[in-house]
Design a protein around this ligand. Structure first.
Ligand SMILES: Cc1cc2nc3c(=O)[nH]c(=O)nc-3n(C[C@H](O)[C@H](O)[C@H](O)COP(=O)(O)O)c2cc1C
Length: 186
């Protein structure tokens, strides 16, 4: 297999495509949405997840003040809404839900609304924010989670009902995961 050097500025694309989540935040007065490709689980017990967010986002003070965030897992059916939320700022768009045809769903444990069209949502409380080159690595405890029963069964994603989870390659380019491959046991 031939391999060519990759510019270090593009090296992170080799670690992606990470699954995109649509982060929802609210300070009680105002809510907002923004997609985050840089996210990952950190611990399963207790459940802890993290996202890396720029502090320049309109959403940042809402997240920091409330100490809460929703992680909404989109599928391909809301691709344009996900991208739209990531190419506009809450400073200019008063209501990203309305602007991109999404609907609010009440969360069980946090004030931020969840995205009704998402195939799953995790409700999180911030435990720690670590500064990374001016961005905030938000480490948060997952306090509640829900998922579409036709797509998530026995603790795992299933794809037989036509699920396509979104991964961001760069800019407006995404790929999807839509089937399971089972490796042969050694
Ligand atoms: C597909 C996609 C993935 C993104 N991933 C991240 C990310 O991981 N971290 C981040 O801080 N911003 C990320 N962004 C940028 C923010 O979502 C974007 O700047 C958004 O407009 C911020 O919204 P706000 O200013 O209303 O809070 C991403 C944007 C797109 C389109």
């Amino acid at each position: 297999m031939e391999k060519l050097p990759v510019e270090l500025a593009h090296a992170y694309h080799l670690l992606n495509p990470g699954g995109v989540v649509l982060v929802s935040v609210s300070d009680g007065q105002r809510d907002n949405l923004f997609p985050v490709a840089w996210n990952m689980p950190l611990c399963d017990d207790p459940p802890v997840a993290c996202v890396l967010s720029s502090r320049d986002h309109f959403s940042w003070p809402l997240l920091e003040r409330s100490g809460e965030l929703g992680l909404n897992v989109p599928d391909a059916s809301i691709l344009d809404a996900v991208y739209g939320c990531g190419k506009t700022s809450g400073a200019e768009v008063a209501d990203k839900f309305a602007r991109f045809g999404l609907h609010r769903e009440a969360a069980a444990q946090i004030r931020a609304p969840l995205v009704a069209e998402a195939v799953a949502s995790l409700e999180c409380r911030v435990e720690r924010i670590v500064d990374v080159e001016g961005c905030g690595l938000v480490i948060a405890r997952v306090v509640a989670a829900r998922a579409a029963s036709r797509h998530f069964r026995d603790g795992g994603w299933t794809f037989d009902a036509g699920l396509s989870l979104l991964h961001n390659l760069s800019s407006n380019r995404f790929c999807v995961s839509d089937r399971v491959l089972e490796a042969r046991r050694p």
